[in-house]
Design a protein around this ligand. Structure first.
Ligand code: MN
Ligand code: MN
Length: 315
């Protein structure tokens, strides 16, 4: 018997049975003794186009039931050395975005009084701003690996300053991130002006547009980013729309010409060794995910992110 929580195995209890927790891990009420807390933020009131990410955590958990504990490609065995549990969903207020962001910040403040790495399942990308506020309050300004079709650096949308498209401008303005250690990977699509990305580059953000990454391995880029960050605390925010809609159609603002699933795996694998203090995966919209592949991919990318957290051993 391991001293660490184990996912329920598919040979012990039918995969379509059991608790709807991430990988069918135990659901924890208390954070004491946990190294990693997986949680849901079921929210879609920060979106600008298609809705549905409120159903993201439930569906990611459902699709995660097929994931096995050992990583065949990297050797990572996260459940050998870390105590990991699903702590459920944050009790957001679906009638108020501002109130929900406040609840997320306060919930993260409470979570981060423990020595635990939070791994969030979104939810739309607006959840990442209050998360970064709490992360920075604990760790100071963090390096940021931001994988997304969009830079999310608008100043406002309909006059609103806190939406899923304004997150990283606010994070920059509030000093939550280290701008010259902020990497935006996979950005693409049509814009409003040729200068849409240049202002953020002026702050120091490093941009890796999808069209410069097509047909290429992302291992060299991941290795370069890992070396550049060094031992700084780093937050990883993964927008599922960074992937091409062929791989991840179930999302609110899809953009063609995106990254591939193997590229996503290469990038995440290269992050092993970083001092990751938290991560999220956002923008999975199950109503637009007719095959379930988007939630399945999201569940696996979350598993891969857990596999590169500090303290994970390999076999
Ligand atoms: Mn985004
Ligand atoms: Mn996006």
């Amino acid at each position: 018997m391991s001293e660490f929580n184990q996912p329920i195995g598919g040979n012990d209890l039918a995969r379509f049975s059991g608790p709807n927790t991430f990988m069918r891990l135990p659901q924890a009420q208390a954070l004491d003794g946990l190294d990693v807390a997986v949680l849901g933020v079921p929210m879609d009131i920060g979106t600008s186009w298609r809705s549905g990410t409120r159903f993201g955590p439930k569906q990611i958990r459902a699709e995660s039931a097929m994931i096995r504990p050992y990583n065949m490609a990297t050797g990572a065995a996260p459940f050998d050395s870390l105590q990991i549990a699903d702590i459920g969903d944050l009790a957001i207020n679906t009638f108020s975005l501002a109130e929900s962001l406040r609840i997320i910040k306060e919930s993260y403040d409470a979570i981060l009084t423990h020595d635990v790495i939070p791994v969030a399942m979104g939810g739309d990308h607006s959840i990442t701003l209050p998360i970064l506020r709490a992360i920075a309050a604990k760790h100071g300004p963090v390096a940021l690996v931001h994988v997304d079709a969009h830079a999310d650096v608008n100043d406002q949308m309909f006059g609103e300053r806190e939406t899923h498209g304004t997150v990283f401008r606010r994070a920059y303005e509030e000093g939550l991130i280290q701008p010259d250690k902020t990497y935006q990977i996979g950005i693409r699509g049509s814009g409003y002006a040729a200068t849409d990305f240049t202002e953020a580059q002026g702050w120091g953000f490093q941009h890796f547009p999808a069209w410069e990454l097509w047909h290429r391995s992302l291992k060299p880029l991941g290795d370069e980013i890992r070396r550049d960050i060094g031992d700084r605390p780093v937050y990883v925010t993964y927008d599922i729309d960074s992937l091409d809609p062929a791989y991840a159609p179930g999302t609110g603002t899809p953009e063609i010409g995106g990254l591939t699933t193997p590229q996503a795996l290469e990038l995440i694998h290269a992050l092993k060794g970083l001092n990751i203090v938290g991560c999220d995966l956002v923008e999975v919209s199950p109503p637009y995910d007719t095959s379930g592949n988007t939630a399945l991919t999201a569940a696996n990318l979350l598993y891969e992110l857990i596999c590169v957290l500090p303290g994970v051993t390999a076999r």
